[in-house]
Design a protein around this ligand. Structure first.
Ligand SMILES: NC(=O)c1ccc[n+]([C@@H]2O[C@H](COP(=O)([O-])OP(=O)(O)OC[C@H]3O[C@@H](n4cnc5c(N)ncnc54)[C@H](O)[C@@H]3O)[C@@H](O)[C@H]2O)c1
Length: 670
């Protein structure tokens, strides 16, 4: 029986041989929103027929009724009764029943993505982003874990949007798991196609690191936001000026946006972050992610003026609408150095963005009962929002779009945000101005690792190893990358005291190809010497090479190729035969279904010579594939970086772009 079995036996069993009891939904769980009722009656039958494929015939009658009800109540079939009773968390790698360590490492990462401390809707197997799924249902989870427990080091598990198609013979150098999520025939990649095919149980939204088991909680987002805010201040401050007492005004204290005040504190500025949902703001305050809570505008104005005058480092949450803050600060002549926005404008009509002058409760009523009125109010607010931002930028504020579709939706609403050419926006995105040219084009991106022993001492040791490797590299690095190196040395030296670990013993930093390879090699040596246990390497998909996304990761590609996805596909194929332990490629992530193709990898370091060979081969390609493409797009920083890499790596030969003079082109007649 299910409960009499220990953890290892339950994993090895897969789908239980005896039908488990139906379970009550846990009262304290954060349930996924009810999905759109999009299937016809015939299609609903097909969805149940599809779900029953996982189970023996004698259970079909009972499960068919239950699954039909899940589909009716939640818009999806999650198979709640099959969720295992053991606690979901990253255990030590040695606790998993496995025939090869690589498989055990993958099990650890899967469980971390479903840990209730890490995952947003753990009962629905959703890690983050509202829809970022690890698997579509619990049967897929059980089967995948069983396959992993049986896997030998010359087999590969193929996962089709969470569905374990099976174990196939391969070789020791092949990936142990190949993941695809949401890959569609391009003409079937509209948002409603996801609703439909996900409800049928044949595809899923993997987001970025959810479907590839590489999510490590909020640490990744804190680091990325810190790097962005620090570099944005560098753009606007003159040499020698410090961010202390300078204002970063933004909105949103939700999933990712909640990292902004913490990042602002690490970047040493005054962060003012508006949040309409009092619960979200209070939660972030209780967690220590924001220092002060204020719900009155006069009080906010007085507090901010004091923080400016005293050159403080402080983060303040304002419970209210962001538009009120932009407008009041203008009247009060409060100078904002940096402005941005992280409301969920990728989802404007269902609560991602709240209209001004209407209470939070009334807005929620309008969403349910008068969606058209709500939509009009959102559009009116966006126009006002853009107008207030424009007034501040006319005074000198630097405003950037944070990849949340603010400029896109403001333009659609009729807001004054278009550049004179009528094609581009007035303001840059954070990738166009900051992360692209200052980080990605040089190869700097979100490298991460997880100490598979689960011991915090291992994490401390890897922090120290990474810091010493980076310092050594920095001593000989060119001027162009000194700042990035120093930022990441400071980050890693402070990481422990910033208490960023949630779930697995994980760490993130930005490094270029050389940094990533040398850190990984030093970890592998330490594992071989018995100083630390095995380490899983990976990265966010939001990186140099893994993601093609025209309005985000590749928004600073100006040769027209930002609407292609060749780079991401080459990345996943290239990584897979250079030694990745698992690879993944997804449609959708951050900016929406059909808007991005993104991929990633995981790699187990076990101290062996084979691991050293793999890390050297794969990490070199994993970063330089993207630099080569960015350089071919004529990005100067990438051109600099790829030439450096070719000088270091004689076998790397990349096609370089010749740059034509503008006046040759402007004289042409067409
Ligand atoms: N952090 C990053 O690095 C990053 C990168 C790319 C994109 N994004 C984008 O940022 C957005 C936010 O992500 P999230 O996970 O935090 O979403 P979320 O929905 O969890 O949080 C957004 C918050 O904004 C609040 N809000 C909405 N309208 C508001 C208004 N008018 N005034 C004040 N507060 C308002 C909501 O109440 C909510 O708490 C998404 O669109 C995401 O794609 C973030």
């Amino acid at each position: 029986m299910e409960t009499a079995m220990n953890f290892q036996e339950q994993i090895k069993q897969g789908i239980p041989s005896v039908l488990p009891q139906a379970k009550a939904y846990p009262a304290d769980a954060n349930r996924a929103p009810k999905r759109k009722d999009i299937l016809s009656v015939d299609e609903k039958q097909l969805a149940v027929r599809n779900a029953l494929r996982y189970f023996p015939k004698e259970w079909h009658q009972e499960l068919a009724v239950e699954f039909a009800k899940e589909l009716k109540d939640f818009g999806r079939i999650y198979m709640y009764r099959f969720k295992p009773s053991y606690h979901m968390q990253a255990r030590s790698i040695s606790d998993y029943p496995a025939k090869c360590q690589q498989a055990a490492a993958i099990m650890l990462m899967v469980e971390n993505n479903l840990d209730p401390a890490v995952a947003q809707h753990p009962e629905e197997l959703i890690t983050y982003g509202g829809n970022g799924a690890v698997f579509q249902n619990w049967a897929q989870y059980l089967l995948a874990m069983k396959y992993l427990s049986e896997m030998e080091s010359d087999q590969t598990l193929h996962l089709y949007s969470g569905h374990p198609m099976g174990l196939f013979p391969s070789s020791e150098d092949a990936p142990r798991v190949v993941v695809t999520n949401g890959m569609m025939i391009p003409n079937y990649s509209q948002p409603d196609d996801w609703e439909k095919f996900n409800a049928l149980g044949v595809t899923q939204y993997g987001q970025m690191t959810a479907g590839s088991f590489m999510y490590i909680g909020p640490q990744g987002i804190v680091h990325g936001t810190t790097i962005t805010v620090m570099n944005a201040f560098r753009k606007v401050l003159s040499k020698g000026e410090k961010p202390q007492g300078k204002i970063f005004l933004t909105a949103g204290l939700g999933g990712m946006s909640g990292a902004q005040p913490k990042a602002g504190n690490i970047a040493n500025c005054v962060t003012v972050c508006a949040e309409v949902n009092a619960n979200a703001a209070t939660k972030r305050h209780q967690q220590g992610w924001v220092d002060e809570l204020i719900d009155n505008m006069d009080e906010l104005v007085a507090r901010v003026k004091a923080a400016q005058a005293n050159e403080e480092v402080v983060s303040i949450a304002y419970i209210g609408n962001i538009v009120d803050v932009w407008e009041s600060f203008y009247e009060q002549e409060i100078f904002i150095h940096l402005g941005s926005d992280q409301t969920s404008l990728h989802n404007p009509w269902s609560g991602g963005y709240y209209p001004v002058d209407i209470s939070y409760e009334e807005s929620n009523r309008l969403i349910r009962e008068e969606p058209e009125v709500f939509k009009t109010k959102v559009q009116e607010t966006l126009v006002r929002h853009a107008e207030a931002v424009n007034k501040h930028t006319a005074r000198g504020t630097y405003f950037f779009d944070y990849g949340n579709a603010f400029l896109l939706e403001a333009s659609r609403a009729g807001g004054d945000v278009m550049a004179e050419n009528g094609i581009d926006f007035k303001y840059p995105s954070y990738v166009q101005d900051i992360l692209g040219p200052m980080c990605f084009d040089y190869g700097f991106g979100p490298f991460r690792w997880v100490c598979a022993s689960g011991h915090s001492e291992d994490l401390d040791k890897t922090d120290a190893i990474a810091a010493s490797v980076l310092k050594k590299i920095m001593a000989d690095s060119p001027e162009e990358i000194q700042q990035q190196m120093q930022d990441n040395i400071t980050w890693i030296e402070d990481a422990k005291q910033n208490k960023l670990v949630v779930g697995s013993q994980a760490r993130i930093l930005y490094a270029d190809a050389q940094g990533r390879m040398e850190i990984a090699k030093a970890f592998n040596d330490a594992i071989e010497a018995g100083e630390i246990g095995p380490v899983v390497l990976g990265r966010d998909h939001h990186d140099v090479s893994g993601t093609d996304s025209p309005f985000r990761e590749t928004s600073n590609i100006y040769d027209g190729s930002r609407f292609t996805a060749d780079m991401a596909i080459h990345n996943v194929i290239g990584d897979s035969f250079r030694g990745a332990t698992w690879v993944s490629i997804h449609n959708g992530g951050g900016v929406g279904w059909g808007e991005v193709v993104n991929g990633g990898f995981g790699m187990l370091l076990d101290g062996s010579d084979a691991a050293e060979r793999r890390l050297k081969s794969m990490l070199l390609f994993d970063v330089n594939n993207g630099i080569a493409r960015r350089s071919w797009a004529r990005n100067e920083e990438a051109n600099f970086a790829i030439k450096r890499e070719m000088a270091r790596t004689p076998k790397l030969k990349v096609t370089l772009a010749n740059v034509v003079e503008d006046d040759i082109l402007t004289k042409l007649s067409f």
